[in-house]
Design a binder for this molecule. Sequence first.
Ligand code: 3Y8
Ligand code: NAP
Length: 252
Amino acid sequence: MTQHLLILGGTTEASALAHAVASNDLKATFSYAGRVANPKAQPIPTREGGFGGPQGLAAYIRNHNISHVIDATHPFAAQMSWNAFEACRATDTPLAALTRPAWTPVENDTWQLVPDIAHAVAILQGEAKRVMLALGRLHMNDFAVQPQHHYVLRLVDAPEETPALPNHTVVVARGPFDVDEDIALFKEHAVEVVVCKNAGGTGAAAKIQAARALGLPVIMIERPKLPARAELATPKAVLEWLTAHPATERGV
Ligand code: 3Y8
Ligand code: NAP
């Protein structure tokens, strides 16, 4: 079987891998969920949209003769990661994740760790505050049960429907973000607390560095449980992993 990688993308690391793969002339397809209007262009063929669950992904792997899957999705894209794990097991396809370590607090950081978004919502009970909700669009309306706050919402695309948060300001912007710009943003909106996911990496780190600079508390949502698979830290490690796992005939 000839080598054909499927890269599950949507992160800075996935884009870096796409460039490494392109410059090594490896056959690969880059996959987006189709979550945003204009996803970043990639130097390799790209597809958009869900596969239709693990079975849909298994069918895609077979129909496109995928020899390896690299899960370079965001640490919070847990459903995609579990689907990839199941589909690769069903089709006997080598799978590795390209991921980045979680952020860890440094001295003077005031982080409140919560296990998931529901706990971040619950911990916001109490008097009205000005809250930087840097979680994107998918979960902003979960915070409607705490309507007393003024939320600053940073979204990749302008929302199609008005957010279900009575007091909010929408900031349309796509990362990677810059510390000084985030400090200015927090000052402009008199942000008092920052809510974010422990995404790790560099593209979203500006807000925790800005919170640190301004002495703001952070509600840090911890990562969901992900499957046990090979975890690689750099595109170079992925290329070495590919060499160590040459494409073989698919198990019948
Ligand atoms: C569609 C495709 C690259 C990738 C860039 C990274 C960095 C900039 C920072 C804040 C946090 C947030 C959000 C964020 C960042 C990178 C990376 C990252 C966080 C794009 C992209 C897609 C998405 C989807 C989008 C989610 C949203 C999450 C915004 C592209 C720009 C909050 C995650 O409107 C929506 O529906 C947005 C949905 C999933 C989380 C959510 O629940 O809303 N990412 N982001 C991918 C697809 O279709 O498959 O690059 O254009 C990618 C990037 N966003 O190559 O440079 O590597 O993480 N993305 C979080 O970390 O909490 C913003 O505002 O401080
Ligand atoms: P998710 O909740 O784990 O996945 C939900 C469904 O979206 C999946 O079951 C799959 O649909 C589809 N999907 C997700 N990623 C896909 C991909 N790369 N290619 C094709 N289909 C995909 O995922 P999510 O959290 O919505 O993330 C969506 C995308 O945004 C991913 O590319 C992720 O890397 C990127 N992203 C997410 C976050 C975040 O905070 N979640 C942050 C930055 C970037 P089917 O079941 O139909 O196959």
